[in-house]
Design a protein around this ligand. Structure first.
Ligand SMILES: CSCC[C@@H](NC(=O)CCC(=O)O)C(=O)O
Ligand SMILES: [Mg+2]
Length: 368
């Protein structure tokens, strides 16, 4: 059914605890949601951009602007558009992959709800639940970190990821290994905080049997990652560098990574994310599903994606209460370290109306 209109809506959600990474500390999320209304159904998408352009170049105000002035008008001008064609319709607009991904997911969700098809089935999921890892921020002290890690392990998370940066890397990793042992699945994420000159320092992580070191160098330093990978034993995983299936093929071919963190928002949507999954599978490269502190809307879609066969490492698909006291949707709750893949049509979740009204800070209806 043709799209009748699109609503842009921003919601404000406090985090249960500050989340510190190498590029800053977040205490609150300003989330842009996209709702697509067709004659047959309505679909929801979530833009993963943060308020500030510190993870990548996108930020919420910019996403709102590019959607209002460029992306939605192009979609309107294209007439009847299937979800499979959205990326092509939006392609003349350069970049803005997180904004595009939100729009594509909303169109896809509406389409799948109209046909009664779960997103997981549409994407090719083979599991009905996924193992969940958890991302642990940089903390004020090692004891505080060990307390947080112990809590998450008690909650059942099957893998621990530690945010690192120069000055907070070898010591916290050693402390976690000493406290929790060698069997805990453990990895680190630098969010581009190092340079190739830090190679010898990063090699000091090798004795700790980490699953991977995520995005140690700047996102545009693919050759640097290839050089680093030759100097350290820990497998290199890329996140910010992998902006498309082509970028994944290029990084793998150049030896820049042996594992990929797949984030649908970073690459322009769930359909491109599946293409990255397929490219990596073709190269024998394992993937896992990254996170951007999504509400239950993006979380539901990520869990569906994480159920594809090539997602062989636990992802950052944590329970809702990792970040939110009250999620926008019915909360995702960890069960034996796993989250169940939603079985309803589309993403299988919708915002809880009362919660949505309570947390909405801005909205605009764009008739098509
Ligand atoms: C937007 S800041 C978060 C980016 C970070 N994401 C996480 O650490 C996981 C966050 C989550 O659990 O959703 C990453 O670079 O992988
Ligand atoms: Mg990362």
């Amino acid at each position: 059914a043709p799209v009748e209109g699109i609503e842009l809506r921003r919601v404000g959600l406090p985090l249960v605890a500050p989340f510190r990474t190498s590029f800053g500390t977040q205490t609150h999320r300003d989330v842009l949601l996209v709702r697509v209304v067709t004659g047959a159904a309505e679909g929801w998408g979530e833009c993963v951009a943060m308020a500030d352009p510190l993870y990548s170049e996108e930020y919420v105000d910019g996403a709102v602007d590019v959607l209002r002035r460029f992306l939605v008008p192009r979609l309107a001008a294209a007439g009847r558009v299937d979800a499979a064609s959205v990326a092509q319709v939006l392609a003349p607009v350069h970049g803005h992959r997180m904004a595009k991904a939100a729009l594509e997911l909303a169109v896809l969700d509406a389409e799948l709800r109209a046909s009664g098809t779960p997103l997981a089935r549409h994407l090719g999921a083979v599991h009905d639940r996924v193992p969940c890892g958890v991302s642990v921020g940089i903390m004020d002290s090692v004891p505080a970190l060990l307390g947080a890690v112990g809590e998450y392990l008690d909650q059942g998370y099957v893998r621990i990821k530690l945010k690192i940066e120069p000055g907070w890397d070898v010591e916290p990793v050693r402390a976690v290994r000493e406290r929790f042992g060698d069997d805990v699945l453990l990895q680190v994420d630098a969010n581009t905080a190092y340079t190739l000159a830090d190679a010898r320092h990063l090699a000091r992580l090798d004795p700790f049997d980490l699953l991977l070191v995520e995005q140690p160098l700047p996102e545009d330093d693919v050759l640097g990652h290839a050089a680093l990978a030759r100097q350290i034993a820990t497998p290199v995983c890329l996140d910010e560098s992998i902006t498309s299936a082509r970028a994944a093929a290029e990084a793998i071919t150049l030896g820049a990574c042996s594992i990929v963190n797949v984030k649908p928002g970073r690459v322009g949507g769930y359909l491109e994310a599946r293409r990255i999954h397929d490219v990596c599978a073709a190269h024998g490269v394992p993937v896992w599903c990254g996170g951007m502190l999504e509400t239950g809307i993006g979380r539901a879609a990520n869990v569906a994606l994480a159920a594809l066969p090539g997602f062989t490492l636990p992802g950052d698909t944590s329970a809702s209460d990792r970040y939110y006291r009250t999620d926008l949707t019915e909360p995702f709750v960890l069960a034996e370290g796993h989250l169940g893949v939603p079985t309803g049509p589309g993403t299988g979740v919708v915002p809880v109306p009362e919660v949505l009204e309570e947390v909405t800070t801005w909205r605009e209806w764009l008739p098509l």
